[in-house]
Design a binder for this molecule. Structure first.
Ligand code: HEC
Ligand code: HEC
Length: 357
C-alpha cells in the first residue's frame, strides 16, 4: 500500500517536473521568437524604448518624441510626368554620379571637379532624412545668404557647391546639366510649401561642447571608426575603374576646399553624427556628440585645397561662430572660431547683431 502511494507520488513528481521543463522550453521559444521579430521586423516589435521616450519630459529627449511625427518623404520617381521625366532623371544622375560627368574622365567635361559626387554629402541623391537632403531648397530659394551678403538664387547655390565642395568650376546657368539639376531639385521639393522647411530637412542640430573640439581626441575616433574606409591619409578609395570613388576623400588634393560648408566644424559634426560611419542615421547615430566634434576637428586640421574666401561674409558681424578665417567683429581669435568653445562666441555675435538667442 505504502509502496503504491510512493510510486504514485513519484509519478506525479516526474510529471510535474516534466511539465515545468516544458513550460521553461516554451517560454524560451517565445522569448526567442520575440527577439527574432524585433531584430528583423522592428515595426512589429512592441518597442519598450518608444514608451520610455514618450514619457520623458527632458527637452533634449522630447526632440526624440518628435521623430514619431511625419518626416519629409521624397516623391516617388515613378510619379514623374512623362514630359519632364528625362530631364529630372538626368538631374538625379548628375547628383549621384557627378564624377562620371565632370570627374577625371568626365563625359561632359574632364577634370572639372575633384572627382567627388554631390551624393557623397547629399546622401541618397539628396533624399535622406537629415542626410543633407534637398527638401527645403526649392521652397526657400532665392534667399539672402550672409556668406555672399546677397540674395542668392538656386543656380548660385548649386555652383557654390561645384566651386567649393567639388573644388571645381561653376556650370553655365544655361547648360542642360544645370537645368537638369534644378529640375530634379524642384521636383524633389514640389510638395513643400513656399518658405517652409519640412521635418528632417538638411542637417540635424547637435549641442555644443563646453570645451574646444580636440583634433588629438578626434584622431583616435578617426582611427577606430573612419580609417577603414576613408584611409589613413584621408584620400579615400577608388573603384576598380580607378577614376571614381568607392569611399570619398576627407582631405588632400581631391577633397573639398577650405571655403566649403563642411570645412566649418558645425556642419561636419552634424553631418557625421547622423550619417557616419556609413549606415548611421538620425534615429540610429553611432557617434557621441563629443566624438562628432572631435573627429570634425581632426579631419578639418588636415591639408586640403585652398579657396580665396576673403570676399565671403562681406558684413563681418554676420560671420558664423565657426568660420575659421578673420577678420571678426566679435574679438575672438581664428583658433577660437575654428575649434570653440562656441556658445560664448555665438552669444557675442547675437549681441552684435542685436538678435535674441
Ligand atoms: C563635400 C560635401 C558636399 C558636396 C560634395 C556637395 N555639397 Fe552641397 N552642401 C554641402 C553642405 C555641408 C551644405 C550646407 C552648407 C551650409 O549650410 O553652409 C550644402 C548645401 C547645398 C545646397 C543648399 C541646401 C539648402 O537646403 O539650402 C545645395 C542646393 C547644394 N548643396 C547642391 C549641391 C550640388 C548640386 C552638389 C554637386 C555638384 C553638391 N551640393 C555637392 C556639402 C556638399
Ligand atoms: C564603411 C565605410 C565608411 C566608414 C567606416 C565611414 N565612412 Fe564616411 N563615407 C563613406 C561613403 C561610402 C561615403 C559616401 C556616401 C555616398 O556617396 O552615398 C562617405 C561620406 C563621408 C563624408 C562626406 C563626403 C566627403 O568625402 O567629404 C564625410 C565627411 C565622411 N564620410 C566622414 C566620415 C567619418 C568622420 C567617419 C568616421 C566617424 C566615416 N566617414 C566613416 C563610407 C564610410
Amino acid at each position: 500500500m505504502q509502496k503504491q502511494e510512493e510510486d504514485y507520488q513519484r509519478n506525479v513528481g516526474n510529471t510535474i517536473s516534466k511539465l515545468i521543463n516544458l513550460i521553461i522550453l516554451l517560454l524560451f521559444i517565445i522569448a526567442l521568437l520575440i527577439f527574432l521579430l524585433c531584430k528583423y521586423m522592428p515595426d512589429y516589435c512592441p518597442a519598450p524604448e518608444k514608451i520610455t521616450k514618450e514619457k520623458n519630459t527632458d527637452p533634449a529627449k522630447t526632440e526624440i518624441k518628435k521623430e514619431t511625427i511625419s518626416f519629409w518623404k521624397s516623391p516617388d520617381t515613378s510619379t514623374i510626368p512623362a514630359n519632364d521625366k528625362e530631364l529630372i532623371l538626368y538631374g538625379k544622375e548628375l547628383i549621384s554620379k557627378t564624377s562620371s560627368f565632370f570627374g577625371t574622365n568626365g563625359s561632359i567635361k574632364k577634370m572639372a571637379t575633384n572627382g567627388m559626387n554631390c551624393q557623397n554629402c547629399h546622401l541618397d541623391a539628396g533624399t535622406k532624412i537629415f542626410g543633407n537632403n534637398y527638401s527645403a531648397v526649392y521652397s526657400t530659394y532665392p534667399k539672402y545668404r550672409a556668406r555672399s551678403g546677397t540674395n542668392e538664387n538656386i543656380y548660385k547655390r548649386i555652383n557654390d557647391c561645384f566651386e567649393r565642395s567639388l573644388n571645381g568650376v561653376a556650370l553655365d546657368t544655361n547648360s542642360k546639366e544645370m537645368k537638369a539639376i534644378v529640375a530634379y531639385i524642384h521636383w524633389l521639393g514640389k510638395d513643400v510649401a513656399k518658405g517652409k522647411k519640412p521635418e528632417g530637412a538638411g542637417l540635424k542640430d547637435i549641442s555644443f561642447l563646453d570645451r574646444a573640439a580636440d583634433p588629438k581626441k578626434g584622431e583616435a575616433v578617426y582611427t577606430q571608426k573612419c580609417l577603414s574606409c576613408h584611409q589613413k591619409d584621408g584620400s579615400g578609395q577608388l573603384n576598380n575603374d580607378q577614376v571614381t570613388f568607392l569611399y570619398p576623400p576627407l582631405w588632400g588634393k581631391n577633397s573639398y576646399n577650405d571655403g566649403a560648408g563642411l570645412y566649418r566644424l558645425s556642419n561636419f559634426a552634424k553631418f557625421v553624427k547622423y550619417n557616419m560611419p556609413l549606415g548611421a542615421a538620425h534615429d540610429a547615430p553611432q557617434l557621441t556628440d563629443e566624438e562628432a566634434w572631435d573627429v570634425a576637428a581632426y579631419v578639418n586640421s588636415q591639408p586640403r585645397p585652398k579657396k580665396d574666401t576673403s570676399k565671403d561674409w562681406p558684413k563681418t558681424k554676420e560671420k558664423p561662430f565657426d568660420h575659421p578665417f578673420g577678420p571678426y567683429a566679435d574679438g575672438f581669435s581664428e583658433a577660437e572660431h575654428k575649434y570653440g568653445p562656441y556658445q560664448i562666441i555665438k552669444d557675442k555675435i547675437a549681441q552684435l547683431n542685436d538678435v535674441k538667442k
